[in-house]
Structures are given as structure tokens and as C-alpha cells.
Write a protein that binds this ligand. Structure first.
Ligand code: TRP
Length: 321
């Protein structure tokens, strides 16, 4: 039944996409300016990726290109096959550029075209994801803005807020290279400190709750990397953790807003803004991708969740303005 449903959804999606194909794309706007068509592929809808997309669209408007750069937004539904179909539609539509939000979606776009400029947003580790071989010198059609983070800063905060924690549970999807990169850093950090950890893996959103439950009673605290699969079910994870008085440290501010205890992370609105600025340089100013090294966010800030802190009895008052 589930298979049939998926098939039907895939068919309906294809039908909609094909229907869109027959539209003639605008090439000039009412002011007779050239219009650039941009396909925007977002891996899945969760608060952080939505925040990035809004920031991209807002920045294009703020810079005065709202009538010049037309965005065709598509949601990849966290499914590679869906994303591949969407990218094929962008190619058929002869878009001038592709913006891809998150790692798996950028990998789909990259696999489909080496011609159309691809500007990614929030790809944690573009080298490990096979998108560029050198952050400083993108030599293909792909560059963008990375949300690489410093896990040492997160665990230093954890040590300060919950010094009694002696072991961590790591909750993530092993097929998200963005998560694996962060987790490799985490393991290196914890190994060096002699702190124990256990892993709980998920392969899809439906498995997140069970995986979280499997960690109860085994470790003192949990850690969630910049993982899209867990992000889509983060409020459930937080509910389980809070009910069991378990602190959850996370790698993105949205995961704190959804109930995680704390993070030291990047500002995703700023990240979206920088992505739009790169797009504008490439489309409007005629810069090439090679002129645009991958940008890494330089500022990190602490985000804490006061309700979660109160629910599990951790003092975060120092971090509340
Ligand atoms: N960095 C993630 C990726 O490479 C995408 C992402 C951005 C994300 N913000 C997030 C994932 C917040 C989880 C939570 O795919």
C-alpha cells in the first residue's frame, strides 16, 4: 500500500512537473529588463531550511532584483528520486542558475549538470560531499556557502552547563554526509577527552523517535549534528529527552528552538543572505563560479532554550539576555 502510494505521488509529481514544462518562461519583465530564471531546490521543509530560503528571497528583493531574478521553488521531500526529477525539470526549463539548499539536494543537482551554475546554501562539508575539491578554488560549476561549525565550542558549552555528563548518545542519519562530517569531529573531540559515546542511527524521519528512545538509560546526554532527518522530527526528540531529564546538545539554532537545550552555531539568515549575494554576483555582475570561493561562516553564537533548561533543571541564565 505504501509503495503504491509512493508510486502515485511520484506519478502525480511528474505530471505536475511536466505540466509546468509547457509554460513559456518569461525572458523580460514589464520594464524590458532581462529576467533570470533560477531553480531553487530545498532538500526538505524544516525550520532552518525554510529560514534560509526566506532570507535568500528577501535579500534578492532588498538588493532590488525582485523583478529580475525569478525563483522557481521546489521542495525535494527528502527523497533523492523526487530531487532528481525536479533538477531535470530545471534543466528542461533552461534555468540560468540553480540554488540548492542543503547537501543531498546539491548532490542531486551536481550529478545532473556540469554546465548550469549551482550555488549551494548550508552544505556543511562541500569537500566530503564531493561538490568541490578545494574550497578556495571551485573549479567546476559549483560554489556556495557552508555552515561548517566548531564542535569543540558546543562541547565546551556542554561541559560548562552540565559538567556531570560523562557519556553522550549521538543521533543521526549515516547517509547524510553533512552529519557524518560533524560526527567525525565530535568523536575525535570526545576520544581526546576520554568521554564515552554511543550511536543511534536513523535512515528516515519515521525512525527518529525509536532511535532516540533506544538511547534512554544508556547515556547521560544526547548530541544531534546538523542532520536534516532528525531536524524534521526534532520536537519529538526533545519531548522524549525532556520527559527523561536528558540534556540534548545540537548543532543548529533551529534544533534549539524545537526543544534542544543549547548550541553554538551559525546565523542561517545571514547565510541565506550571503548565498543570494553570490547568486547576484554570478547572474548580474557576470562573475564566474571560479571567482567565488566557498564561503564559510565566521561568526558563531550561543543559543539556549530556557523552557527546556527549566524542564530538566539546568541553569542557562548566563546566556539569556
Ligand atoms: N547543513 C545541512 C546540510 O548540509 C543543512 C541544514 C541547514 C540543517 N540548517 C540545518 C540540517 C539545521 C539540520 C538542522 O544538509
Amino acid at each position: 500500500m505504501k509503495k503504491l502510494f509512493c508510486l502515485l505521488t511520484a506519478f502525480m509529481l511528474l505530471a505536475t512537473l511536466t505540466a509546468c514544462n509547457s509554460e513559456t518562461k518569461q525572458t523580460t519583465n514589464p520594464n524590458d529588463e532581462k529576467v533570470y530564471n533560477v531553480g531553487l531546490l530545498q532538500l526538505v521543509e524544516h525550520p532552518s531550511l525554510d529560514e534560509i530560503r526566506t532570507a535568500i528571497v528577501d535579500e534578492i528583493a532588498a538588493k532590488g532584483y525582485g523583478d529580475v531574478i525569478k525563483i522557481d521553488y521546489e521542495n525535494g521531500q527528502n527523497e533523492t528520486s523526487t530531487m532528481n526529477t525536479i533538477v531535470q525539470k530545471f534543466i528542461a526549463d533552461k534555468v540560468d542558475a540553480i540554488i540548492s539548499i542543503a547537501t543531498l539536494s546539491t548532490q542531486s543537482a551536481a550529478a545532473a549538470t556540469s554546465e548550469i551554475p549551482i550555488i549551494f546554501s548550508a552544505v556543511t562539508d562541500p569537500v566530503a560531499a564531493g561538490l568541490v575539491s578545494d574550497l578556495q578554488n571551485p573549479d567546476g560549476n559549483i560554489s556556495g556557502v557552508s555552515d561548517y561549525i566548531d564542535v569543540g565550542a558546543i562541547f565546551a558549552l556542554a561541559e560548562e552547563l552540565t559538567p556531570e555528563v560523562q557519556s553522550y548518545g549521538l543521533l543521526y542519519n549515516t547517509s547524510e554526509v553533512n552529519s557524518v562530517s560533524v560526527i567525525n569531529d565530535v568523536k575525535e573531540y570526545l576520544d581526546a577527552k576520554g568521554i564515552a559515546y554511543q550511536e543511534a542511527f536513523v535512515t528516515n524521519i519515521g525512525e527518529v523517535t525509536t532511535a532516540a528512545q533506544s538511547l534512554i538509560g544508556k547515556v547521560d546526554a544526547w548530541f544531534v549534528p546538523i542532520d536534516n532527518t532528525v531536524a524534521a522530527a526534532m520536537s519529538n526528540v526533545a519531548e522524549i529527552a525532556n520527559a527523561n531529564q536528558i540534556p540534548v546538545y545540537v548543532a543548529a539554532d533551529s534544533l534549539v528552538h524545537d526543544g534542544g537545550l543549547a548550541t553554538v552555531g551559525v546565523n542561517y539568515t545571514q547565510l541565506g543572505k550571503q548565498t543570494a549575494d553570490m547568486l547576484i554576483r554570478v547572474l548580474i555582475d557576470g562573475e564566474s563560479i571560479a571567482d567565488n570561493p566557498v564561503e564559510v561562516m565566521e561568526e558563531y553564537s550561543v543559543t539556549v532554550n530556557p523552557e527546556t533548561a527549566a524542564a530538566i533543571g539546568v541553569d542557562v541564565s548566563k546566556y539569556i539576555q
